[in-house]
Design a binder for this molecule. Structure first.
Ligand code: UAG
Ligand code: ATP
Ligand code: API
Ligand code: MG
Length: 517
């Protein structure tokens, strides 16, 4: 394997004295987790939310780390070098770095030779729609023959060859290391989800974005951000024209949803911005903004998706979209607007838009003859659940069922709100488990129930397989069953254990069995 850098270069990029006499040797990768360290890697030891990474330095050295960066709270110790024991000799240099976790993304960017500057990175943020928009952009640029990679919830890697990811936005080191792999693989475009956690935890500082994109902001993650205004501030740090406030380097091109109340405000604060709306009633105001825009004069919904009459600063077109729901019209227009802002040719983009396919686990329709229609969707916030139910209603001639739960160890405040939405927009509700994680499943369901006004039409079936099985056996052919919350996930986390589990697999088995019987 080709080394990425050397020890002296690393010391210098940290700000160390170039004239210091130091042994120099090759370094392969920076590693934040001792369990991933290999020969000639540097272990980066930081204090985390649950454990102190500094406790794993011996394991990292045994696994092959040849140098260590360690977090220090003392400014005076910044860049101090200690030598740690290995094979009875004190040979492993450990550099103390002041505020290491905060600086990590910039350090990793320098270590990996600024890969984002050699790529066209599109950073997408928002409560809902990040995965959809990044996937739509990647589908389109791939169809237009630009090699494209994705970083996000469904995985990281070249489009169509994703490796599963732990986080929506990977660690500061992994982001830069993955981007450097993409440079080697001659990728041109990277569509990247930027989560609010990723922004606040400094996972993307130092990133160079060709464009930054905002889908929407609604309630989620208040366990972490505490208030909506802090949550909004985290998202704004991807766009702010004030360099002290903004967390990434950008060429200043942003694409923002005008239909969102935060988006509307932000558009007014930005000069290099493309405004997007999927509301025909907003078209006039959109045109009057004096900024590039993508809007609609009319949308006709149909069984397969929607016929969108698009108007934009680049030209007008009719797009026959194969995606379900109004929110997906918004996602599609935001994706189109991003590509047009990045100077992709108008006709190529609007022609390709008709071929874009639904995303795995997002309004994914599973249907067999003589059975109710099942829709698997990743709605796990109140706003997403409302949008997914409204979209499902269009395709429902009978009763609209919703099966959902809420993830454990996550925002508890959204639980009763999701119940209220379910009561308002569905006919029958089945409450079940999502990923309970370390919380008691009955307590989670109890929290959800607090938002219900009536006990009519509610069933509680904690086991998710049972919930789906029993609902399918009760539903009629004309009914629609929305199974929300887990989308593409092929696991269920109970306690700290991850079990294999997939909504799609269960539904396919049940529909197949019904059809055979
Ligand atoms: C609370 C939180 O966000 N934690 C994130 C954080 O972990 P941490 O630094 O606190 O880790 P820790 O477990 O305390 O360990 C401390 C250090 O010891 C190291 N370690 C630990 C064990 C060991 O054997 N060896 C070892 O070296 C760890 O690698 C780490 O460097 O940094 C890690 C690397 O970036 C993340 O993987 C991890 O995400 C956890 C798994 C998580 O669940 N995060 C969620 C809340 C999250 O970030 N979600 C957003 C999506 C939100 C959205 O939907 O918009 C996301 O971007 O994924
Ligand atoms: N533009 C939108 N507005 C509101 N809801 C949406 C929108 N796009 C998608 N959704 C809903 O949110 C769910 C998740 O969509 P998606 O995976 O694209 O979002 P995300 O932002 O990547 O989510 P996460 O933060 O979990 O990664 C969808 O299954 C759908 O129910
Ligand atoms: N990115 C979101 C996904 C939630 C998905 C849902 N299935 C859950 O486990 O709560 C989170 O980590 O909060
Ligand atoms: Mg996502």
């Amino acid at each position: 394997m080709m080394a990425t850098s050397t020890f002296k270069t690393l010391f210098e990029l940290l700000g160390g004295n170039q004239n210091l006499e130091l042994d120099d040797f090759p370094l392969n990768h920076l590693r934040i987790d001792s369990r991933n360290v290999k020969k000639n890697d540097v272990f980066v030891a930081i204090k985390g939310h649950s454990v102190d990474g500094r406790a794993f330095i011996p394991q990292a050295i045994s696994a092959g780390a040849v140098a260590v960066l360690v977090e220090t709270n003392s400014k005076l110790s910044d860049l101090k070098i200690d030598y740690l024991e290995h094979d009875n000799l004190f040979v492993i240099p450990q550099i103390s770095v002041f505020q290491l976790s905060r600086r990590l993304s910039v350090i990793a960017n320098d270590f990996y030779h600024s890969p984002s500057k050699k790529l066209s990175v599109i950073g997408v943020t928002g409560t809902n729609g990040k995965t959809t928009v990044t996937q739509l952009i990647a589908q389109c640029t791939t169809l237009l023959n630009d090699k494209t990679a994705i970083l996000g919830t469904i995985g990281n890697g070249i489009y169509n060859q994703l490796e599963p990811a732990v986080n929506t936005t990977a660690s500061a080191i992994d982001v830069q290391s993955l981007l450097s792999d993409f440079v080697k693989e001659q990728v041109k475009v990277v569509a990247m989800e930027v989560s609010s956690h990723g922004l606040v935890m400094n996972r993307v500082k130092g990133l160079n974005c060709a464009a930054t994109v905002f889908t929407n902001l609604s309630r989620d993650h208040l366990d972490y951000h505490k208030t909506m205004s802090k949550y909004a501030k985290a998202k704004w740090s991807l766009f702010s024209p004030d360099e002290k406030e903004r967390l990434v380097e950008t060429s200043g091109k942003s694409i923002i949803n005008y239909d969102d109340k935060y988006g509307k405000r932000w558009i007014e604060k930005l000069s290099h911005v493309t405004a997007v709306s999927c509301q025909p009633k907003s078209l006039c105001r959109l045109k009057a903004l004096n900024r590039p825009y993508v809007g609609v004069s009319m949308i006709e919904y149909n069984d397969k998706g929607a016929k969108i009459h698009m108007e934009s600063s680049w030209g007008n077109a009719i797009i026959n979209s194969r995606l379900l729901g109004e929110f997906n019209v918004s996602n599609l227009l935001i994706s189109i607007a991003t590509l047009l802002t990045l100077n992709y040719p108008f006709f190529a983009v609007v022609n390709m838009a008709c071929f874009l396919k639904p995303i795995c686990g997002r309004m994914e329709v599973l249907h067999e003859k003589n059975s109710p229609t099942v829709i698997v969707d990743y709605a796990h916030t109140p706003d997403a659940l409302q949008k997914a139910l409204q979209a499902s209603r269009i395709h429902c001639q009978g009763t609209l069922w919703v099966i959902f739960g809420c993830g454990g160890d996550r925002d508890t405040g959204k639980r009763p709100l999701m119940a209220e939405i379910a009561e308002q927009f569905a006919d029958k509700i089945v409450l079940t488990n999502d990923n309970p994680r370390t919380e008691d499943e009955i307590k989670i369901i109890h929290d959800i129930q607090q938002g219900l006004h009536s006990t009519d039409n509610i069933q509680i079936i904690p086991d998710r397989v049972q919930a789906i099985t029993q609902t399918l056996s009760q539903a009629k052919i004309n009914d629609v069953i929305l199974i929300a919350g887990k989308g593409h996930e092929d696991y269920q986390i109970i306690g700290k254990t991850k079990y294999h589990y997939s909504d799609q697999e269960i539904v396919k088995q049940l529909l197949g069995a019904e059809n055979r019987s």
